[in-house]
Design a protein around this ligand. Structure first.
Ligand code: NDP
Length: 328
């Protein structure tokens, strides 16, 4: 079986040379273990940070070892009573064709209503991130105007729809390119879609403010634009700053940070894994909205383990609409 190793740490944008596909022996599961054939792998922007050798909220990936990340697959052999061959499971041993480990590291998921891949997106970590950012961090209220950047991505496409469910009156989203923007204002129900590649985001957003809540997936020029267009007492949930993930030196902050004072703004960063206690509530609500056809989602697939690196580079550069995944 094959897995992808980190061969060297990227400087700036990763390149295919930073990765290596390695053939390894496939061992049977021992007592208490399971063997899973992965069917869908997740590639996520946060993985870029783990490729650097710096201390953060998750340890860096090790060199010359398989990378890991969210994945779903099918149990092919089990040494534990809790899981049977044929079960579909969610786990963290991605970037490889087969995963073997203790049964408790694999969670059985229900694929009777949704495809397994949904647990990597709308019903998984990205969906929960949108929910946590809006409910706990920015505390969206009835009547708010909400701006979501990266709005056609995995987190952003769900966040915009959740904002509406949670009472927002006006939902504004930004994304790169006319097709993505058409998806926002069409199927996803955003009131306003801004194509940041077609003109300066600051100017475009200023025509639609003031903004009560900003859900930041991008940082950089988008954060500066949001600060400029925030209403007094506005709340910013700092979820991600993808504009700077491949920067070779720390990027300068927003030039208008002083407006934080005059507008009495708050800006709060968060990491979804600190909020596991709301996961149950989110999955229950999101599952019901999905079943009722009130929540839309898309997935962009690359096919085959050999495309995993391209998929990862693609998510950093916007090749995806909705969640970026690799189908094995
Ligand atoms: P996405 O599916 O949103 O993919 C990333 C998107 O970012 C691309 O599709 C691209 O879309 C956009 N992008 C890339 N570069 C730029 C740029 N310079 N300016 C504007 N947009 C850019 O990824 P996720 O939904 O998985 O993640 C979204 C954000 O949320 C990331 O910043 C991620 O790190 C963060 N995150 C944070 C978590 C937390 O716990 N705090 C948990 C999960 C994710 P486009 O074509 O529109 O440019």
């Amino acid at each position: 079986t094959r897995e992808i190793h980190l061969a060297s740490r990227p400087q700036g944008w990763p390149t295919p040379d930073n990765f290596r596909t390695v053939e390894v022996e496939l061992d049977d599961p021992g007592p208490g273990e399971v063997l899973v054939r992965n069917t869908v792998l997740s590639v996520d922007p946060y993985m870029r940070g783990r490729m650097n050798d710096v201390k953060s909220y998750v340890p860096p990936f090790r060199l010359d070892a398989a990378l890991d990340g969210g994945a779903v697959g099918e149990v092919v052999a089990s040494g534990d009573d809790s899981l049977q061959p044929g079960d579909t499971v969610l786990h963290q041993l991605g970037w490889r064709e087969h995963a073997r480990g203790p049964a408790r590291a694999f969670r059985k998921v229900d694929v009777s209503q949704v495809p397994a891949s949904a647990y990597l997106g709308v019903l998984g970590m990205p969906g929960l991130t949108g929910y946590v950012g809006l409910t706990r961090i920015a505390e969206v209220r009835e009547g708010d105007t909400v701006f979501v950047s990266g709005a056609a991505g995995a987190v952003g496409s769900i966040a915009g729809q959740l904002a509406r469910k949670l009472g927002a009156t006006t939902v504004i989203g930004s994304a790169g390119g006319p097709e993505k923007v058409a998806w926002l204002t069409g199927e996803l129900g955003y009131d306003v879609g801004l194509d940041y590649k077609a003109g300066r985001i600051g100017r475009q957003l200023a025509e639609h403010g003031p903004v009560d809540v900003y859900f930041d997936n991008v940082g950089g020029d988008h954060l500066e634009a949001a600060i400029f267009s925030m209403a007094d007492f506005g709340r910013i949930a700092a979820c991600g700053m993808i504009a700077d993930y491949n920067a070779e030196a720390p990027a300068p902050g927003p030039r208008n940070l002083m407006m934080m004072i005059s507008k009495r703004l708050s800006l709060r960063g968060f990491i979804v894994t600190d909020h596991a206690d709301v996961a149950g509530e989110f999955y229950e609500r999101a599952g019901a909205w999905l079943a009722a056809g009130e929540l839309s989602y898309r997935e962009t697939f690359e096919d085959g383990l050999d495309r995993t690196v391209d998929a990862f580079l693609g998510v950093l550069s916007g090749a995806n609409t909705g969640k970026m995944l690799v189908r094995l």
